[in-house]
Design a protein around this ligand. Structure first.
Ligand SMILES: Nc1nc2c(c(=O)[nH]1)N[C@H]1C(S)=C(S)[C@@H](COP(=O)(O)OP(=O)(O)OC[C@H]3O[C@@H](n4cnc5c(=O)[nH]c(N)nc54)[C@H](O)[C@@H]3O)O[C@H]1N2
Ligand SMILES: Nc1nc2c(c(=O)[nH]1)N[C@H]1C(S)=C(S)[C@@H](COP(=O)(O)OP(=O)(O)OC[C@H]3O[C@@H](n4cnc5c(=O)[nH]c(N)nc54)[C@H](O)[C@@H]3O)O[C@H]1N2
Ligand code: SF4
Ligand SMILES: [Mo]
Length: 746
C-alpha cells in the first residue's frame, strides 16, 4: 500500500480534485477526490491516466544546449549565464521589441506567469503570446466592450440554470463545466430541465439533447439574428430588464428590423423553422444559459457571433443573473485589460496587431519573426506551450524558430518545440510543485485550490518554472543586493515578513516595482518555493472586493489576513472557498452606470452587413477544396499535448479522420481506407473512420496528434494542414472551417 495524497488534474481547465496513491515516488492509483468542493469526486478517464504525464520516456532531466544539430547536457550555471548574455546582447543591438515570452497557456498551472511577465517587462517588452489568444480573443474583446473590462470573464452559470444551450460545445468529450457528464445527464433526464445543442453534427453531447439544431456549418450568425428577430416578433424580450440594465438597445434594435428569420433559418441554416421558434421560446422563457465554445470561437464571424450571443442573453434578461451568463469572481484577474483604442497599447511590428487581455495572437508569430524589420522578434522564451504542435502552420513555425537568434524552451518533456530550441530547461511537473490555475470560475464564491506536490522531483536538476525566470532576472542584473533581514524574516512567518518587506520598500521606494521579484527571491527561499511566494503576492494584491468578502467570512481585517488565508490554503489541499463577492452580479460591471454597454460601435457595420445574400455567398465552399476540415476535435483520446506516450489511450482508435458515410460513398471510400487530405497549407495521408458523429461535407481530425515520442512520430499533426493566413481579424485560427479535399489512396 502506498500513501494517498490530495492533488488535482491538470489535463483540462476543470482541474478536478484527485487523490493519488503514491508508492516509491510512483503513482499507483488515482481516484476523484470527494472532498474537493467543486468536482466532488468527479473525474474522467483522462485524469486517471496521469501517471503517463508524471513519468514517460520524454521527461527532461537536465539543461540542454543545441550544438550543431544535437542537444548536449550543460550545467544550470552555464545555461543561465549564456542565456542572460545573449538577452543583453540582443537588447543592446536591437532594442526591447526583439523579445517575446510565450507562457501561461497550459491548463495545468499559471503561477510561473507572474515571474515570466516580470522578466519580459524588465527587458522592456510587452510581447506576451499564449494559447489564450488562439481561442478566446474574440469573446474577451466583446466582453470588454460590454462589461467595461476585458479581464472580467463572463460564463454560463449552469448549476443554477433550467436550460443549457451547448452552442458549438461538445461538453460530453471536452468537459469545460464542473462534473460535465453528470450535469448533461441530469439535464437530459430531468423533464423540468432542457438541453439544447446547436452543432452541425451529431456530437456526443447532442446525443443527450432535448433539441438538437444541426445547423449548416458556419451559419451561426444567421441563426442568432433569426432568434433575436423571433424574440422581438413574439414579444418575448424582457422589457423591464432592458430598461433597467442595458444601455444602447434602442440603437441596435433597428439592425434587426425587416430581417427574414424564416428564410434565414431555412435557406441559410438548413433548419426547421418551427423547431427554431420552439428552441428560442425556451431560451427566452426559462432560466437559460448558453455555453458557447470552439465551434463558435474558432469559426467564421466569431466576434460578431459573440456579440450576437450577448445581445440574445441581454434582451432575454439572462446576463448577470443567477443561472444566466455571470461575471466571474476571482482572486486574481486572468489577464490585463488591453484596450487597443489607447495609442500606448503595443502592436506587433509586422501586422500592426493589438493584444486582447494583454495577449498577442499565436497565428501571427511566424510572420513577426520572419521579416526584415529592424525591430522584428529575435528572442523567445517559451514555457508550458508546444507551439510546434498546438499552433497553426507547423512548417512556418519550424522556419521561424530556426530563424531566431535565441530560443529557450522550459518544459517537463523533450517536445517538438524543445527539439528546435537553442536551450532546453527542465522544470518540475505540476505533480511535483505547488501550483494553481485561474480557470475555476464561480460566483459569488471564490473557489481556490493550491495543488501541492504529490511526487518528489523526477530529476534533482528540475526547477520550478518561476524559479528559472527568477534566476534569469538575477543574472540580467535587475535585482539589487537585498538585506539579509528579508531572507531571515521569511522564516518567522508571513506577517512578520510582509512587515519587513513594507519597511524595506518604504526606505527604498525606487524598488516598489521590483517588490514581486524581491518577494519571490527572499520569501521564496524561506518557503522553499518561488510559487508559494507568488501566491502570497497574489493574496496581498487581491482586490478590495475580494478582501471585503474574506473579512465577511471571518478573516481578520488587517495584514494578518494574508498569513491566515495562506495557512488555510495549505491546510486544505482539496481546495476551499476563500471569499464571497456581493450577491448582485451587476456590481462587477466596470461600465460607468453599471449597465451593460450593448452598443459596440465597431460591430454595427458587420451586423448590418450580415445579410442572407452575403452569407449564402460566403458559405459556399471553393471548388478545389469542397469539404470542411474540422482541424482538432477535443476528443476523449486527446489531452492537448500533455500525454506523450501513445499507450495512454489503450487500444482505442484515435489517429483516424472521421468521415460521414455519404461523403465516403461518393468518393468510394470504406472504413479503414487510407486517404490523402489536402489543404492550402499542406497534405497528409491518414486512415478513414466512418462515423455517425459527423455531418456530410465535413471531415474531422482529432487535436493533439503527431507527437514525437522517444524519437518516433505517432499520428498526423493536424496543424501542418492549417495555413496561418486562415485566421480572423483578431488573429484567431479558423480551425473549425479549414477548406480541404480528400482523395482515396490506392
Ligand atoms: N478530452 C479532451 N477534453 C478537452 C481537451 C482535450 O484535448 N481533450 N482540451 C480542452 C481545451 S484546451 C478546450 S479549449 C476545450 C474545447 O472544447 P470544445 O469546444 O467542446 O471542443 P471541440 O471538439 O472543438 O467541440 C466543438 C464543437 O463545435 C462543433 N462545431 C463545428 N463547427 C460548428 C459550427 O459551425 N457551428 C456550431 N454551432 N458548432 C460547430 C463541433 O462539431 C464540435 O462538436 O476542450 C478541453 N477539454
Ligand atoms: N489544430 C488545432 N490546434 C489546436 C487546437 C485545435 O482545436 N485545433 N486547440 C487549441 C487549444 S484550445 C489549446 S488550449 C492549445 C493547447 O496547447 P498548448 O498551449 O501548447 O498546451 P498543452 O498542449 O496543454 O501543453 C503545452 C506544454 O506544456 C508542457 N508542460 C506540462 N507540464 C508542464 C509544467 O509543469 N511546466 C511547464 N513549463 N510545461 C509543462 C507540456 O509538456 C507541453 O509541451 O492547443 C490548441 N491547438
Ligand atoms: S481531464 Fe478534465 S474532466 Fe477529466 S479529470 Fe482531468 S480536469 Fe477532470
Ligand atoms: Mo483550449
Amino acid at each position: 500500500m502506498g500513501e494517498w495524497k490530495k492533488g488535482g488534474c491538470i489535463l483540462c481547465a476543470q482541474n478536478c480534485g484527485l487523490e493519488f496513491e503514491v508508492k516509491d515516488n510512483q503513482i499507483v492509483k488515482i481516484r476523484g477526490d470527494k472532498d474537493n468542493p467543486r468536482s466532488q469526486g468527479y473525474c474522467c478517464q483522462k485524469g486517471l491516466k496521469l501517471a503517463h504525464y508524471a513519468e514517460n520516456g520524454d521527461r527532461l532531466r537536465y539543461p540542454l544546449k543545441k550544438v550543431g544539430d544535437t542537444h548536449q547536457r550543460i550545467s544550470w550555471e552555464q545555461a543561465i549565464r549564456e542565456i542572460a548574455e545573449k538577452l543583453l546582447f540582443i537588447k543592446s543591438e536591437y532594442g526591447p521589441k526583439s523579445f517575446a515570452y510565450i507562457g501561461g497557456g497550459n491548463v495545468g498551472g499559471q503561477l510561473e506567469v507572474g515571474m515570466g511577465l516580470r522578466l519580459l517587462s524588465l527587458l522592456g517588452s510587452r510581447y506576451f503570446y499564449s494559447s489564450l489568444a488562439q481561442e478566446f480573443s474574440n469573446v474577451y474583446w466583446v466582453d470588454g466592450r460590454v462589461t467595461g473590462k476585458q479581464s472580467l470573464i463572463t460564463m454560463p452559470d449552469v448549476e443554477n440554470a433550467d436550460t443549457i444551450v451547448a452552442w458549438g460545445w461538445n461538453g460530453w468529450m471536452s468537459h469545460q463545466e464542473p462534473r460535465t457528464r453528470i450535469l448533461l445527464k441530469e439535464f437530459s433526464q430531468n423533464p423540468q430541465k432542457k438541453l439544447i445543442v446547436i452543432d452541425p453534427r451529431l456530437s456526443e453531447t447532442a446525443e443527450h439533447a432535448d433539441i438538437h439544431l444541426a445547423l449548416r456549418p458556419g451559419s451561426d450568425t444567421m441563426l442568432l439574428k433569426a432568434m433575436i428577430r423571433i424574440i422581438l416578433d413574439q414579444g418575448w424580450e424582457n422589457r423591464e430588464y432592458i430598461e433597467k440594465h442595458i444601455n444602447g438597445w434602442e440603437e441596435i434594435a433597428p439592425y434587426f428590423e425587416g430581417f427574414d428569420s424564416k428564410r434565414a433559418v431555412e435557406e441559410v441554416c438548413w433548419l426547421d423553422y418551427e423547431q427554431v421558434v420552439e428552441a428560442t421560446r425556451i431560451i427566452a422563457q426559462t432560466k437559460s444559459c448558453i455555453h458557447q465554445d470552439l465551434g463558435i470561437y474558432m469559426n467564421r464571424n466569431s466576434t460578431l457571433n459573440n456579440y450576437l450571443l450577448h445581445i440574445l442573453r441581454a434582451i432575454t434578461g439572462r446576463f448577470a443573473v443567477k443561472g444566466g451568463q455571470i461575471i466571474s469572481a476571482f482572486l486574481y484577474p486572468m489577464g490585463s485589460d488591453s484596450d487597443e483604442r489607447n495609442p500606448k497599447t503595443w502592436r506587433t511590428v509586422k501586422h500592426n496587431m493589438f493584444p486582447v487581455m494583454g495577449v498577442f495572437p499565436p497565428t501571427l508569430l511566424p510572420d513577426e519573426i520572419l521579416n526584415d524589420h529592424p525591430e522584428r522578434l529575435r528572442a523567445i522564451i517559451v514555457s508550458a506551450h508546444n507551439p510546434l504542435r498546438s499552433w497553426p502552420d507547423t512548417k512556418a513555425f519550424e522556419e521561424a524558430f530556426k530563424a531566431l537568434e535565441l530560443s529557450v524552451c522550459i518544459d517537463v518533456a523533450y517536445t517538438e518545440t524543445a527539439r528546435l530550441c537553442d536551450y532546453v530547461l527542465p522544470c518540475l511537473s505540476y505533480l511535483e510543485s505547488y501550483d494553481t490555475t485561474c480557470f475555476n470560475y464561480s460566483y459569488p464564491d471564490v473557489y481556490f485550490q493550491l495543488r501541492q506536490p504529490v511526487l518528489r522531483p523526477f530529476s534533482p536538476e528540475a526547477k520550478e518554472g518561476s524559479a528559472i525566470m527568477l534566476e534569469l532576472i538575477k543574472a540580467l542584473g535587475f535585482l539589487p543586493e537585498l538585506p539579509s533581514e528579508l531572507y531571515e524574516t521569511g522564516k518567522m512567518g508571513i506577517t512578520y515578513y510582509l512587515g519587513a518587506l513594507n519597511n524595506y520598500i518604504n526606505e527604498n521606494p525606487q524598488y516598489l516595482k521590483l517588490a514581486p521579484i524581491i518577494l519571490g527571491e527572499t520569501l521564496g527561499k524561506a518557503l522553499g518555493s518561488v510559487n508559494l511566494a507568488i501566491l502570497v503576492g497574489l493574496l496581498v494584491n487581491s482586490s478590495k472586493t475580494f478582501k471585503a468578502g474574506a473579512v465577511a467570512m471571518g478573516y481578520p481585517n488587517d495584514l494578518t489576513m494574508i498569513e491566515k488565508m495562506y495557512m488555510d490554503i495549505l491546510n486544505n489541499p482539496q481546495g476551499l472557498i476563500l471569499s464571497k463577492f456581493p450577491e448582485d452580479n451587476f456590481e462587477m460591471l466596470r461600465t460607468e452606470d453599471k449597465k451593460l454597454a450593448l452598443k459596440i460601435e465597431e460591430l454595427l457595420g458587420p451586423l448590418q452587413a450580415a445579410t442572407i445574400e452575403k452569407e449564402l455567398a460566403e458559405l459556399k465552399m471553393p471548388e478545389d477544396y469542397p469539404l470542411i476540415l474540422h482541424s482538432g476535435l477535443h476528443h476523449e483520446t486527446v489531452a492537448n499535448t500533455m500525454l506523450r506516450n501513445p499507450q495512454w489511450r489503450g487500444d482505442r482508435r484515435w489517429d483516424t479522420m472521421l468521415m460521414n458515410e455519404t461523403d465516403a460513398e461518393k468518393l468510394g471510400i470504406k472504413d479503414g481506407d487510407r486517404v490523402r487530405i489536402s489543404t492550402k497549407a499542406s497534405s497528409a495521408d491518414i486512415e478513414v473512420e466512418i462515423s455517425p458523429y459527423t455531418v456530410a461535407g465535413s471531415v474531422y481530425i482529432r487535436h493533439g496528434g503527431g507527437l514525437v515520442y522517444e524519437g518516433q512520430q505517432y499520428g498526423v499533426n493536424v496543424n501542418e494542414l492549417v495555413h496561418r493566413s486562415e485566421r480572423d481579424e483578431m488573429g484567431t485560427p479558423l480551425h473549425r472551417r479549414i477548406p480541404c479535399r480528400v482523395e482515396k489512396l490506392y
